[in-house]
Design a protein around this ligand. Structure first.
Ligand code: A2P
Length: 335
């Protein structure tokens, strides 16, 4: 089949599985697919377009001739392989945080700045999952009314950590229900029937890694390094999809109705409207879907400078794999 020689590094992981699915669903043109994982998974069979592909152990020689590469195998793998692949002329869509702060590497949400990568080769950074859904919802508000302040609390599913964390939630939930002790290996605190505001190490400023990523990446997208962004990022016992309670203070006066009107027809966003329970999405509802669901848009300031909203998206799709494939579509001139 005509197309690009394509590789997925981290193909056996939670995001990797979704990348394989989305490449098929969107008919991304692939002439040859090479799937990589750690040595542990060498030979493991993965399905693609009705055929079985064996996972390969990662090595530079196996990556020769690859034109499009998706990397989702942690920062260390990205740091080692992305520059080599960029050097050989490939498009490298990197899902780790390794290059997101590098101003020479585009950080892209295609609905917002996809034009920046049309025809591009080399490394492009896929943003943090929580940042993607947050920025899709608030960037239009910033563009029209100007953001003065952004406060967000996130409710993040365990699939953001990866496959092992999903197993830990499953095992701890079973143990809890059966009255057995909960065994921890991935998280520092029990996740089964629990939650904790701790995603990555804490810094001296009191923020943990995830909170810092959201602050920095959001400021980069909104092109305002001094924007007041306050984040509390929480891991919750949900397998898939992240939720966010967002409050913005705008410079210019606005209203919930005007913000809803601005968001209603934007690509990538599904506005949940109506007075009943359907005016908000849940993680279960968002799972497997592509849109960022924005609901409960409401006024929070009597003088019209404050809006609250509830934002939910599938972190493995729009928060990771879908955004990555959309970046590749732009870069390879397919849209
Ligand atoms: P493996 O399944 O063999 O461990 P997740 O985010 O769900 O934990 O998945 C991480 C992905 O990254 C998996 O596909 C994992 O492979 C892969 N991976 C982890 N470390 C390496 C490595 N050093 N080289 C190649 N792939 C790796």
């Amino acid at each position: 089949m005509p197309g690009f020689c394509t590789a997925i590094i981290g193909a056996t992981g939670a995001v990797g599985a979704e990348l394989i699915r989305i490449i098929q669903e969107r008919e991304f043109p692939v002439s040859d697919l090479r799937l990589f994982a750690s040595e542990r998974s060498q030979g493991k069979l993965l399905e693609f377009r009705g055929g079985k592909h064996a996972a390969r152990a990662l090595s530079a020689s196996e990556l020769k001739g690859v034109e499009v590469v998706f990397i989702s195998a942690g920062g260390a793998v990205s740091k080692e392989y992305a520059p080599v692949l960029a050097q050989q002329g490939a498009l490298v869509v990197d899902n780790s945080s390794a290059f997101r702060g590098d101003q020479s590497v585009p950080l892209v949400i295609p609905e917002i700045n996809g034009h920046e990568v049309v025809g591009r080769r080399g490394i492009v950074a896929n943003p943090n999952c929580s940042t993607i859904q947050l920025v899709l919802a608030v960037e239009p508000v910033h563009r029209i009314w100007g953001l003065e302040r952004l406060v967000v609390a996130t409710y993040q599913s365990v699939s953001g950590t990866g496959g092992r964390a999903m197993q830990e939630l499953r095992a701890q939930s079973m143990a809890y229900l059966e009255g057995r002790p909960l065994e921890k290996s991935v998280y520092p605190v029990e996740i089964g029937f629990n939650l904790f505001p701790h995603i990555g190490e804490f810094g001296e400023d009191g923020l943990h890694v995830e909170e810092r990523k959201i602050v920095q990446e959001t400021r980069r997208f909104l092109r305002d390094e001094s924007l007041s962004v306050t984040v509390t990022a929480v891991r919750v016992p949900v397998f898939r999809s992240h939720s966010e309670a967002v409050v913005v203070t705008t410079r210019k006066k606005t209203s919930a109705r005007e913000v809803a009107d601005a968001l209603r027809s934007l690509p990538g966003i599904c506005l949940m409207e109506g007075p009943d329970a359907h005016s908000y999405a849940t993680p279960a509802f968002a799972e497997g879907r592509d849109e960022v669901f924005v609901g409960r848009v409401r006024d929070t300031h009597p003088e019209g400078h404050g809006i609250s909203m509830w934002v939910v998206a599938d972190n493995l799709r729009k928060g990771a794999a879908l955004n990555a494939v959309q970046i590749a579509e732009h870069a390879m001139g397919l849209v």
